[in-house]
Design a protein around this ligand. Structure first.
Ligand code: BMA
Length: 849
């Protein structure tokens, strides 16, 4: 049987054709068909999908129910205890076998896998984050061949390792397993310890020559010239003269050509060249993420025998981490400009990674761009993402903070483990270092903080000797092995040992390095405290919100859709999640009793808290230079801190993020005596605009107003007004129905606006706003013109029976001022008549009345 033959056009890399005169071409034979699987030791084979996972294969064969539905996760734990076996039969013809080299390449095996080609052991894998290659020509034959892979239970293997230590490490068996740590369960993720061939597996055919470890180094960059160096290893069969040519596929420009005459089978190639008047790569908010499309060709007797395509962005990126008046700075400079980073923490998009589609990646990175984000942090409990993720970030101008895959636990550091991690790190660094989006490498998530602040030493009853050894292992891994790899393979990029530098219980968290502020949520502190707990670069903070109803509908039966059903509890992974939500809800909103209302209020609560945090961080610019909220996305349908749920439905928070991350932001705060208006600009040019301020009551009566022209300097943050509180009516009760409106207007266009209330949402005196709406058909959907007589708080647009990404709304959950209207666009591919019939527009008043 044939496993289909494809020419590899993957990951910006392909082999050129046309060298048949000399010998056969480099090629790739994907083993992506005719797979089957069984429980190891049995012979009940079922068809399998590769790339894939055991869970998705069991599901496709109807052996198990959907692991995400209801509480199924719990009844599927047995899968992690079993050893599983996969096999694929494929045909090799004589011509193929006549090639000089045939390697079996597995881009990703999850995790303990022994691989046999025609019953010959070729690979023993023990790390999901490594690529595995084996020379297998000698084991192949003309005709039918077989690859067989046995996956041993990662849980059993981890436990076996754990037993060898005289103490228990925080994180239990998973820390011994180089596998995505979230697979073992997290406070937003199910425990589904899957296994399988989760990335492409193929036969790599090579003749004559191959390029390896390709790297473009930017030696210097200025307005006039970019000095570049191309480095690579060239592997050849027979020493002979080659030419390497670097050109631009878009413009046809040839940048460099050089002759090589390797004396033996490998040589290092280096070509230096200069690009005149270089076009810089910028994040999308500051400019164009311009990419050069380089092609590197190896020519043998004028025939191309090997080729690589690489998109390269020219930019400088620095992390400025130095002593200053507040403590120790932490900020990014892009092309010499200090840039305030606005973004979020990214987690893997599924527990079953191979089913994440190209469209899922595109949609998610588009969500980042549309929400004015310029940075995503690939968090250490997940995976090093696939090439597509970084390619999209390159193209769309989003910087990436890249963790190594270690999180919230202590890891061993015996020589086998360190060596395994070292190879993993070298492979990942070599794979990712050419991406202009890559801004920094970070050793781990919250391990330094965990060790120093989470009480592990007491909890696990460590002796002094244990503690000393565990910390020495930490040092070996994060202060030696990983930085050494960066130094050797990507020395221009900044390495940061652990995020955050100091735990949030320590003063230094707010003056030095990056900080994760979890006093809100974990520490039960009020939202207002964000103002006082602003670090220099806040790389985590967050608050949970429910996903929308359509998401819950996908994972529950109608009879389970009530507060706090067992099924809902299975989709809330934080130990005190619902209790914490209730606690905050009672402070800010009151607690609804129906699930529908609860979803709405929990989303408002999350949005309200996160708006407070983001504004505090941006107000503190330039002392604070970054805000990355926890968490961007979900890996399954769940109540979590995400702004966008598993199905990419935005929560209220996501709409708020877009506004709070706008490049120009106006904020309003009150102090004892004054109302303070601040304007923050992340733009690189100055602007003159009009500032409109108004104090209104909810019926529309104006108490006070002011307009003035303001200058907004480039890349700035300034308090523009301190308005005496005497503008407020003396009767403090009246303050419950007042809103302070701040707008920055440029040429009659509102570029940013903010509404400030003097009381908590639950203390506002809302009356029936009198919302009405009309519909207008537009191309690709319809527009909803909404008007209100009185203040409409958190207007909620939804479609009964049809929510989610079926309809993309230009805004939702917004406040509408008394006597005003707004136009919301609803984009959809669905027939609009049915949708419009089901359209509902409500507001907070309808919930609390
Ligand atoms: C952060 C993350 C995760 C966790 C989140 C919410 O610190 O690093 O470990 O999911 O907190 O609790």
């Amino acid at each position: 049987m044939w496993c289909k033959k494809n020419i590899l056009l993957l990951f910006g890399f392909f082999f050129c054709i046309g060298s048949q005169t000399f010998s056969q071409v480099n090629d790739t034979l994907f083993l992506d068909k005719n797979w089957s699987f069984t429980e190891s030791g049995t012979s009940n084979w079922f068809s399998a999908t590769v790339p894939g996972t055991i869970h998705t294969d069991l599901l496709a064969n109807k052996i198990i129910p959907d692991p995400y539905f209801g509480c199924n996760e719990i009844s599927l734990l047995w899968i992690e205890t079993i050893n599983w076996e996969y096999k694929c039969n494929f045909f090799v013809d004589e011509k193929t076998l006549n090639n000089q080299h045939i390697d079996l390449v597995a881009e990703g095996l999850d995790t303990y896998a022994t691989v046999y080609v025609n019953n010959q052991l070729v690979i023993s894998a023990d790390n999901m984050f490594r690529e595995w290659t084996a020379d297998c020509k000698k084991y192949l034959k003309v005709g039918n061949n077989q690859v067989r892979i046995i996956f041993e239970s990662a849980v059993a293997k981890g436990k076996e390792q754990a037993k060898k230590l005289p103490y228990t490490l925080p994180g239990d068996e998973k820390v011994f397993v180089r596998k995505a740590q979230y697979h073992f369960g997290w406070d937003w993720g199910p425990r589904l310890v899957t296994c399988g061939i989760y990335k492409p597996i193929f036969l790599q055919i090579r003749n004559d020559c191959a390029l390896e470890e390709v790297q473009f180094i930017q030696r210097a960059l200025n307005k006039n010239e970019a000095w570049l160096a191309f480095h690579s290893k060239i592997i050849v069969d027979t020493p002979q003269a080659f030419v390497i040519k670097i050109s631009d596929t878009k413009t046809g420009n040839v940048y460099a050509t050089q002759h090589f005459n390797p004396g033996n089978d490998t040589c290092d190639a280096r070509l230096d060249f200069v690009i005149k008047n270089p076009v810089y790569w910028w994040t999308h908010d500051l400019g164009e993420p311009y990419l050069y499309h380089f092609t590197v060709q190896v020519l043998l007797n004028n025939t191309c025998v090997e080729q690589r395509n690489l998109n390269v962005g020219l930019r400088t990126i620095e992390v400025v981490n130095e002593k200053d008046q507040y403590g120790e700075s932490f900020y990014f400079k892009l092309n010499g400009v200090a840039v305030f980073m606005k973004g979020a923490n990214y987690i893997p998009q599924d527990n079953f990674l191979p089913r994440v589609t190209r469209k899922n990646y595109e949609d998610l990175i588009n969500i980042a761009v549309n929400n004015n984000m310029n940075m995503l942090r690939v968090w250490g409990g997940g995976v090093y993402e696939n090439d597509l993720f970084y390619d999209l970030c390159d193209e769309k101008g989003v910087l990436v903070w890249q963790d190594f895959m270690f999180a919230c636990a202590m890891y061993p550091a015996d020589s086998a483990f360190l060596n395994n991690v070292k190879i993993e790190a070298i492979q990942q660094v070599t794979r990712l270092r050419n991406h202009p989006c890559l801004a920094l490498w970070c050793g781990n998530n919250e391990i330094d903080e965990g060790w120093n602040n989470w009480g592990w030493q007491k909890q696990y009853n460590y002796s002094l000797a244990d503690s000393t050894k565990i910390w020495a292992d930490y040092v070996a891994l994060f202060k030696k092995t990983l930085p050494d790899v960066i130094q050797a393979h990507d020395s221009n990029r900044f390495y940061w040992q652990s995020s955050p530098q100091y735990g949030w219980g320590r003063e230094k968290s707010y003056s030095n390095g990056d900080s994760h502020y979890w006093g809100v949520w974990w520490g039960m502190q009020p939202f207002e405290i964000y103002v006082n707990k602003t670090g220099r670069f806040v790389s985590e903070y967050g608050f949970q919100g429910f996903p929308e109803k359509s998401t819950l509908e996908k994972i529950s039966n109608t009879s389970d859709r009530f507060l706090f059903s067992d099924v809902l509890k299975c989709h809330q992974k934080h130990p005190t999640g619902f209790q914490t939500l209730k606690n905050y809800m009672l402070r800010e909103y009151n607690e609804p009793t129906s699930l529908d209302d609860y979803i709405y209020i929990s989303q408002l609560l999350q949005a309200y808290g996160m708006k407070t945090a983001i504004e505090a961080h941006r107000n503190a610019k330039p002392r604070c230079m970054g805000t990355l909220y926890w968490q961007f996305n979900d890996c399954w349908p769940v109540v979590s801190w995400s702004g966008t749920d598993y199905y990419h439905n935005p929560k209220a928070f996501q709409y708020f993020v877009k506004k709070a991350y706008n490049d120009i932001l106006v904020t309003v705060n009150k102090s004892d005596k004054t109302i303070n208006v601040q304007v923050i600009s992340d733009k690189l040019n100055a602007l003159t605009a009009q500032l409109d301020l108004k104090l209104l009551d909810f019926d529309g009566k104006t108490y006070w107003q002011q307009q003035k022209e303001i200058n907004i300097p480039a890349n700035s943050s300034q308090i523009i007004e301190n308005i005496d509180k005497s503008i407020l009516p003396a009767d403090s009760l009246l303050q419950s129905s007042l809103v302070f409106v701040a707008r920055v207007v440029d040429n009659k266009r509102v570029i940013t606006e903010n509404f400030f209330y003097f009381k908590k949402p639950k203390d506002l005196v809302l009356t029936n706003p009198g919302i009405t709406f009309t519909i207008e058909s537009i191309s690709g959907g319809f527009a909803i013109n909404i008007q209100t007589k009185k203040l409409a708080k958190n207007v909620f647009i939804y479609f009964e029976n049809h929510q989610g990404t079926d309809v993309v709304l230009s805004d939702n959950f917004f406040d509408l001022l008394p006597g005003t209207s707004t136009r919301i666009l609803a984009k959809t591919n669905l027939p609009t008549d049915e949708l419009i019939k089901n359209l509902k527009v409500t507001s907070l008043f309808d919930i609390i009345k």
